[in-house]
Ligand binder design. Structure first.
Ligand SMILES: [Zn+2]
Length: 544
């Protein structure tokens, strides 16, 4: 990349190896949990992204971890090497007989990573041994694993803190790993508090020519895990560890979904995953789906908001010269541009939104009509910024492209609670589909869930595709609380089909009715934009 005559950073002859620890360090994050099946699927997604190394976990820690290694051996990965994680041998023991080292070998992976202490205080308090024995533990463990034909990475735990405490000892730790034959010395900022300037100055002070190649592993406690990873690369690291979406212990690890495009698009370093960059947004959302965590919209590159533009004037510029308002083309990372509607939205925003349906101008009658409708809806409390799917249905109705799914005849909900049992909601729904009446019923905890389940109960036999989509989020906002009980509520719902997600909005004085409006919009949106699109080839009946 070379634009505007500015010299790119980085040098073309160096490759940055991408090492993913989503399945080990990533699982230390709060709310993050994967089943064995999830882990296998995530490993395939990482392999598909051409990530170089996938750390599979800690084979000694539990059955699930050991089972992962057993199963992944039978899977056909095309690019990535699987890595087993463990620590150096115990103090006073031998590497050959150490259960940790044995477990690493039993994982039968082409590569292993061994974590060892760099910070003297940890040697004393955690290992409860002396500095010389710690160096022998490091040397013996790596040396033995190398003799068994493994590629061996050495994770220098607390490297930067240890270096600040005693640079000489940190250098001896590096040398022990290097002399033992480690393929990479991974400098870890385990507590995540080091700043990029410190990473740079410490790395510049190392005798890099005398050592094995360096790598970096950064946590985000100072909010600079990416900056630290970039600084490490600029100062000699050829291997960076991180996780998808940056999820990991405490505030997380370096986010590979940010680091990878930074390296590929903004430096001259080489990365093997460069030609898979457009898979990145999918990878981010796939892992979020498996973790059952709503993806962070504001995440760089892969977030929903990364290429979202609001307000009339701005949208006008986007239509004419996108590069003036975006740092990269969203398609490079598999993301897409969104023109967000707001109260400030002018006709140019509507024109921009309509672009996918055809060439409209500010004077097109449908643009006039939609702009007016939008103003009126916004006065009523609707907000389409976070509910693009509802807006899409408005557009489809205006353009007469909308196909209704079913007609509501009535729904009926009843909440009840007894003194010693949790509350429940019973619901029934009656719908009209052509000449038929459909009925559905459900008992759930809350009214929205009940409505969603009753609707499915009625419709799934006729529309089995409904099983592909699920309600993943529900948010309520009271609009005019000063009017007490008559306050209106705005409900947003998010649905997902495990590939993409979409949001809709409903507004009413009755929370159940507002929810119903959002629910049916979400389902009709999917019907109109995905289900009917899929059916197009069969409907037209032509062979291609
Ligand atoms: Zn870590």
């Amino acid at each position: 990349m070379n634009n505007d005559g500015l010299r790119p950073v980085g040098s073309a002859d160096r490759t940055v190896t991408m090492y993913d620890t989503t399945l080990r360090d990533g699982m230390q994050g709060i709310q993050v949990n994967y089943t064995l099946d999830d882990k296998i699927k995530i490993a395939h997604a990482l392999d598909d992204m051409k990530i170089d190394y996938i750390e599979g976990g800690f084979p000694l820690s539990n059955e699930k971890e050991a089972a992962f290694f057993k199963q992944i051996r039978r899977e056909n990965l095309h690019h990535a090497s699987v890595v087993a994680f463990g620590s150096t041998r115990k103090a006073g023991g031998s590497a050959e007989r150490d259960p940790m080292i044995r477990a690493l070998l039993d994982a039968e992976t082409p590569a292993v990573i061994v974590v060892g202490k760099t910070w003297k205080a940890h040697v004393e308090y955690v290992l409860q041994t002396d500095e010389e024995e710690n160096l022998r533990m490091i040397f013996d463990s790596i040396h033995f694993l190398k003799s068994q034909g493994r590629e061996v990475f050495f994770d220098l735990e607390h490297f930067f803190d240890g270096y600040k405490d005693d640079p000489e000892y940190a250098r001896r730790v590096l040398r022990a790993g290097s002399d033992a034959g480690a393929d990479c010395l991974v400098l870890c900022d385990t507590n995540g508090g080091t700043l990029p300037q410190e990473v740079a100055s410490i790395m510049q002070a190392l005798p890099q020519r005398e050592l094995a190649p360096l790598g970096g592993h950064f946590h985000n406690d100072g909010g600079v895990a990416i900056a630290n990873s970039m600084a490490a690369v600029d100062n000699g690291a050829g291997h960076i560890q991180g996780t998808v979406n940056g999820w990991g212990e405490r505030t997380g690890n370096a986010n590979l979904c940010t680091f990878i495009p930074n390296i590929v698009l903004k430096t001259d370093y080489h990365a093997n995953c460069a030609d898979r960059l457009d898979h990145l947004t999918h990878l981010s959302r796939f892992v979020a789906e498996k973790a059952n965590i709503i993806p962070d919209r504001r995440q760089p590159y892969v977030g929903d908001a990364s290429f979202s533009h609001k307000a009339g004037q701005h949208a006008d510029v986007i239509g004419k010269a996108a590069h003036l308002m975006e740092h990269i083309d969203s398609r490079l990372v598999g993301n897409e541009r969104h023109i967000v509607l707001s109260e400030l939205a002018g006709k140019s925003t509507v024109v921009e939104k309509l672009r996918e349906y055809g060439d409209y101008t500010k004077s097109s009658p449908v643009v006039e009509e939609l702009t007016k409708l939008l103003k009126q809806k916004e006065n009523d409390g609707y907000e389409y910024e976070a509910a693009e799917a509802s807006f899409d249905l408005l557009v489809r109705r205006a353009l007469e492209l909308y196909r209704p799914l079913v007609k509501l005849r009535n729904y009926h909900l009843e909440s009840y609670k007894t003194a010693d049992a949790p509350s429940k909601t019973v619901g029934r729904i009656f719908l009209q589909l052509d000449q038929h009446e459909l009925m559905g019923a459900a008992v759930c905890v809350g009214p929205v869930d009940t409505l969603d389940h009753a609707l499915r109960d009625a419709l799934v036999p006729v529309f089995p595709w409904l099983e592909r989509i699920t309600l993943t989020d529900f948010r309520v906002r009271v609009l005019n609380p000063e009017s007490g009980a008559a306050a209106r509520v705005r409900v947003f719902v998010t649905y997902s089909d495990h590939e993409r997600s979409w949001d809709t909005v409903g507004v009413n004085e009755n929370i159940v009715e507002a929810s119903w409006e959002a629910l049916i919009d979400a389902i009709e949106f999917y019907y109109n934009t995905v289900v009917l699109e899929e059916r197009k080839p069969e409907l037209s009946g032509t062979a291609t």
